[in-house]
Design a protein around this ligand. Structure first.
Ligand code: NDP
Ligand code: PYC
Length: 339
């Protein structure tokens, strides 16, 4: 461990996150839900969505982007559809509110969807799909963000970083879960590079004049790029559509407009789909899930790793040894959240 970092147990990370979120004015229910996703981020080696997000959350509260004591309201537009109106609060509590009904609906109908509306979103999506996979379901999650990303072929921001997460239950193994932005990287990763004084690869984004740059500040001021050229661009468009207008919520451009220069976290919705393997397969589901294991074995047999394997390895280490947190980050969080 370097002098630049402090080692914390996961319990200390949780206590620190909870105390900070309570101090900035979140209600106890939001404190508990939001802190847990930050603990998960640090635990699984996902620093861009760990304690760093305390700065982001505190700012969103301070500038009035988020309702710190919002009470999510659940409704059932159709038997297999669950909607939670987050009341302008952070998305984590809205998800926790809708999750039991989503699981129940997926088991009853084979497939079900949860729309979170009117939420403020800054979290990674894998904790949500992982929670649904723990209930034996296949899960997908999508959310737009702010218009920071240019479509392939352009240099003007239009899309959000628009993550897609997928989870698949594995008998006796860690689940197969991937979760990534449809931009080259999450914006949080570029912000972490800027904070650390590091350059970024030139394919991560464009400077404000559209030119190539390795300066993270220039990319943040200019436009990020989608991954996979037109393919990532099409997936980013899909996320805009299905987690925006399809569920009656904002696109990333509308979210940025609603932010009105306050630089808060994205405002809008999220779509989560849950599929029960027993829906199509009944009692044969277990046999087919076992057969699916050949796909994972085939990947690993070639020396490739499965998405999620790095996170699960990091989890084992951090549960045993705790995590190293940058002293500067703690100092910055304390500076903006303590009197
Ligand atoms: P990455 O580009 O790091 O991709 C992450 C995914 O790819 C993980 O599932 C990861 O598994 C897997 N992966 C990475 N490298 C490999 C490899 N060599 N072989 C196999 N799988 C691999 O992440 P992003 O920067 O795109 O996104 C980071 C986070 O940001 C996500 O959790 C996302 O939800 C979040 N985000 C949230 C947004 C929001 O609006 N709320 C917006 C944008 C992003 P592993 O974890 O095991 O490394
Ligand atoms: O890192 O791109 C990102 C992001 C946006 C909202 C939450 N995380």
């Amino acid at each position: 461990m370097s002098d630049d970092t402090v080692r914390m147990t996961l319990a200390e990370v949780r206590d620190y996150a909870r105390a900070t979120l309570a101090r900035v004015g979140l209600s106890p229910a939001h404190v508990a839900a939001v802190a847990e996703t930050m603990v998960a981020g640090e635990r699984d080696g996902c620093g861009s969505h760990g304690l760093y997000r305390l700065l982001v959350a505190a700012h969103s509260v301070a500038v009035g982007v988020v309702v710190p004591d919002a009470v999510p309201v659940l409704s059932r537009p159709k038997p297999a559809l669950v909607r939670v109106d987050g009341g302008g609060g952070f998305a984590q509590l809205a998800f926790d509110t809708g999750r039991p009904a989503l699981v129940e609906a997926a088991r009853a109908h084979g497939i079900a969807a949860l729309a979170l509306n009117n939420v403020v979103h800054f979290a990674a999506l894998w904790p949500e799909v992982e929670a649904l996979v723990a209930d034996g379901l296949v899960a997908l999650a999508f959310t737009p963000s702010h218009a920071w990303v240019a479509p392939a072929g352009g240099t003007t921001p239009l899309f959000g970083t628009n993550p897609i997460a997928f989870g698949w239950p594995r008998p006796g193994g860690t689940p197969f879960v991937f979760d990534f932005a449809t931009s080259m990287v999450a914006r949080g990763e570029i912000e972490l590079h800027r904070r650390a004084g590091k350059r970024v690869p030139t394919d991560w984004g464009h400077a404000p004049d559209g030119s190539e740059t390795d300066d993270p500040a220039a990319v943040l001021a200019g436009a990020m790029r989608t991954f996979g050229e037109h393919k990532g661009s099409a997936l980013a468009t899909m996320v805009e559509l299905i987690a925006g207008p399809l569920i009656g919520d904002l696109t990333s451009a509308e979210s940025l407009a609603a932010d009105a220069g306050r630089k808060g976290s994205p405002i809008g919705g999220e779509l989560i789909l849950a599929i029960d393997p027993a829906g199509f397969l009944g009692a044969a589901a277990a046999d087919h899930l076992a057969r699916a294991e050949a796909v994972f074995a085939g990947i690993e047999a070639q020396g490739a790793r499965l998405p999620g394997s790095r996170r699960h390895a990091a989890r084992i280490v951090s549960q045993r040894d705790g995590v190293a947190i940058a002293r500067q980050l703690i100092a910055d969080i304390d500076a903006v959240t303590k009197d």
